[in-house]
Write a protein that binds this ligand. Structure first.
Ligand SMILES: *Cc1c(COP(=O)(O)O)cnc(C)c1O
Length: 357
């Protein structure tokens, strides 16, 4: 007698987490290098003493706080165990097995996985040659079955952005009955004024949801908490499909404490953005092609050389994130970590005689 699991899971793409190698610089997971501020650590420690109790299921204090800060009703905000959980809930809340999720490719590698787990169909539109979203192509790819469209802005892993005017034109042209989810996991690192604030677009329409996370800018990746602003019926559906108590009490306390020190967190993001611009121009000087980068990472479209470049970086004790034969994503760390990566980048490709590579 054997147990039977879903046969279709055989073909599920695997989510590849960034590697952790002892002694190596970790630039593979788009984390921030600096740990939580002392006041946040203290809030987590305080919350730990109450860990015998279930968390507040609806994370009401956090939802109310975010709602007040964003000036929107709490009924239009859902929190989740990381915004990737909310991405999954969005698919579950909008799609049945005959419905379709549309997104660009390459984009966030969780999109195809969560779509398939939910049993929905996926449709992808290749990025343009400059590694940006092809919004016109995405409009053409909409079918009567399309229920949800992810637009990742800035895009993971390419770091490129969708500009305000083209996004507004796209949102205006998307047919009724389709939700556009603006995944803004890296919004706090954006310095280009032409990149829209999804929250503003969300306020002006009924077909937009915005995803944000405490994992990146707020440095809480290990605690898993994110949020989604969306029209009230969508938020109601998100809550229905969520796993009970999925946002734990330490995460809720840490997120609240982080909002208390938001100015300091955003100042950190500006330093990371400055480092990003420095690393990018250095790489360009070295002869690399680097698309404009607005997240806390840069993208090197190395094609077939990606695997060898990754190996070269590992030999220099720098963990980056290779994506098959497309390219490599390198997270911006602190200046010392970035220097370790640039040292590796300077010695690529290895020349004859450089035995160590
Ligand atoms: C990191 C990331 C997220 C969310 O991460 P969580 O840790 O689950 O909040 C969502 N979207 C994109 C594109 C990301 O890169």
């Amino acid at each position: 007698m054997t147990a039977r699991t879903r046969a279709d899971l055989e073909s599920l793409p695997r989510y590849v987490p960034g590697r952790s190698i002892p002694g190596a610089v970790k630039l593979g997971s788009n984390e921030v290098s600096a740990g939580p501020l002392p006041s946040v650590v203290a809030a987590i420690r305080d919350a730990a003493a109450g860990a015998n109790r279930y968390p507040d299921n609806g994370a009401a204090a956090l939802v109310d706080r975010l709602a007040a800060q964003l000036d929107m009703p709490p009924s239009q905000l859902a929190v989740g165990a990381g915004s990737v959980a909310l991405c999954q809930q969005l698919v579950q809340a909008t799609c049945t097995p005959t419905d379709e999720v549309l997104f660009a490719w390459r984009s966030f590698e969780a999109y195809p996985i969560i779509t398939q787990i939910a049993g929905a169909r996926q449709r992808t539109v290749p990025l343009r040659s400059d590694h940006t979203h092809d919004l016109a192509g995405m409009l053409d790819a909409i079918t009567p079955a399309t229920r949800l469209i992810f637009v990742c802005n800035p895009n993971n892993p390419t770091g490129t952005t969708v500009q305000c005017d083209e996004l507004v034109a796209f949102l205006n042209a998307v047919p009724d009955g389709v939700l556009v989810a603006l995944d803004e996991a890296y919004h706090e690192f954006v310095t280009d004024p032409a990149v829209p604030d999804g929250m503003e677009l969300y306020r002006q329409r009924d077909n937009v949801g915005v995803l944000r996370t405490f994992s990146k800018a707020y440095g809480l990746a290990g605690l898993r908490v994110g949020y989604c602003a969306a029209p009230q019926p969508v938020v109601t559906a998100l809550r229905k499909v969520s796993v009970p108590f999925s946002v734990n009490s330490l995460a809720q306390a840490a997120a609240l404490a982080s909002l208390d020190v938001e100015d300091e967190m955003l100042a950190r993001c500006r330093s990371v953005a400055a480092e990003r611009d420095r690393v990018r121009s250095e790489l360009i000087t070295l002869g690399y092609l680097v698309p404009p980068a607005q997240g806390n990472f840069v993208w090197l479209p190395l094609g077939e050389q990606t695997t060898a470049f990754n190996k070269h970086c590992l030999e220099h004790k720098v963990v980056i994130r290779p994506f098959s034969t497309d390219g490599a994503r390198i997270t911006i760390g602190d200046p010392t970590e970035n220097e370790a990566f640039l040292t590796a980048a300077r010695t690529w490709p290895p020349r004859y005689g450089d035995i160590s590579g």
